[in-house]
Design a protein around this ligand. Structure first.
Ligand code: ADP
Ligand code: MG
Length: 159
């Protein structure tokens, strides 16, 4: 049940100046940040991260989006962390994402608009979609020496 998942605050989230607000949502849920760094990825790395999407018609726009500025890469640990983080993040399309989710509160982009313009959906944040992706993405973005074991106060009260 204890899981690690990968999150990246995308270039739009960084440029909007809401890094702190986003991180605090995970902290308030009692999840633990065990790795964090700012990274400006290139096309080659983007292809590794989005390896299952490179053949999609929207990939060019997605690649352009993810390399346009630095991202904040984070590894989050907690009970059911993969599912809980996706719940806090909300669904892919901000137009559909409920208020209270990161994508619902901080963005309003739609598939329709993105596809018409040939750009990626600007949705603030990436989060691993499932266990397999989480394992792959944590390993791709972080070395073992970049993740840390420590105890939070929540561990005393939640676990
Ligand atoms: P998620 O990020 O919610 O896991 P996906 O893995 O399906 O979503 O897609 C990765 C990213 O690609 C999305 O977050 C979004 O930025 C972009 N994207 C997905 N589908 C489309 C689309 N039809 N048009 C434009 N951009 C898209
Ligand atoms: Mg995904």
């Amino acid at each position: 049940m204890m899981e690690r998942t990968f999150v990246a605050i995308k270039p739009d989230g960084v440029q909007r100046g809401i890094i702190g607000e986003i991180i605090s949502r995970f902290e308030k849920a009692g999840l633990k940040i065990v790795g964090m760094k700012m990274v400006w990825v290139d096309k080659g790395f983007a292809k590794k991260h989005y390896k299952d999407l490179v053949d999609k018609p929207f990939y060019k726009g997605l690649e352009q989006f993810i390399i346009e500025g630095p991202v904040v890469a984070i590894v989050i640990e907690g009970l059911h962390a993969i599912e809980i983080v996706r719940k806090i993040v909300g669904p892919t399309e901000p137009k559909q994402a409920q208020p209270g989710t990161i994508r619902g509160d901080y963005a309003h982009h739609s598939y329709e608009y993105a596809d018409k313009k040939g750009i990626a959906i600007k949705n603030i944040i990436h989060a691993s979609g499932n266990k397999k992706d989480a394992e792959y993405e944590v390993k791709l973005w972080f070395g073992l020496d970049e993740m840390h074991d420590y105890k939070t106060v929540h561990e005393k009260h939640v676990f």
